[in-house]
Design a protein around this ligand. Structure first.
Ligand code: COA
Length: 146
């Protein structure tokens, strides 16, 4: 599935993902910086929907990404949302999240969760919020949560 906006394209074709670039991006983040290349690649290969953001003015350079782990109806997890620093602040993060919630595998999810340290204001614009009953959720971590 593809969306076009100005000279940007968002595409869910998994064969188009530039995994070297995704790895380089994610290694700079607070949540995936300690993950190995193999761990990151496996997590992408086993996710249901992969989103790439491309600059069609720059030979389709991949400038952003996100992935969704989901059963397509009852549960989804939005992860690894990232826009290249050179392209930030021009609405691409919001465009990416809008495309995520429009995708048929994500649009009807009963529970669509994500984790964030500081980007609540981005996701709140698309309906995410603090769980009404946080005491009903549990998490099992193999290491201390970041
Ligand atoms: C978060 C990120 C994807 C946003 O991408 P972007 O293209 O710069 O964002 P946009 O230009 O579409 O604007 C983001 C909107 O969310 C808001 N926002 C809230 N928290 C934010 C945060 N921590 N970072 C960026 N924007 C944030 C902005 O104010 C803006 O809202 P507005 O346009 O109504 O003022 C990008 O900054 C990024 O990749 N950051 C590093 C990785 C990261 O933190 N990803 C999110 C993990 S949960």
């Amino acid at each position: 599935m593809k969306w076009n906006h100005e000279h940007y394209e968002i595409d869910t074709d998994p064969n188009r993902i530039d995994h070297d670039r995704v790895l380089a991006y994610l290694k700079t983040t607070y949540w995936a910086g300690d993950r190995s290349a193999a761990e990151i690649r496996t997590s992408w290969d086993n996710s249901k929907v992969l989103f790439g953001v491309y600059d069609t003015n720059a030979v389709n350079l991949q400038i952003g990404c996100a992935r969704v782990v989901t059963d397509t109806r009852t549960f989804g997890w939005l992860a690894d949302v990232y826009i290249d620093p050179e392209y930030r602040g021009r609405g691409l993060g919001k465009l990416l999240v809008k495309c995520v919630i429009e995708h048929p595998d994500c649009a009807e999810l009963r529970n669509f969760i994500l984790g964030t340290r500081d980007a609540h204001g981005l996701y709140e614009q698309f309906g995410w919020g603090t769980p009404a009953y946080p005491e009903r959720f549990m998490i099992r971590c193999s290491e201390p949560a970041a």
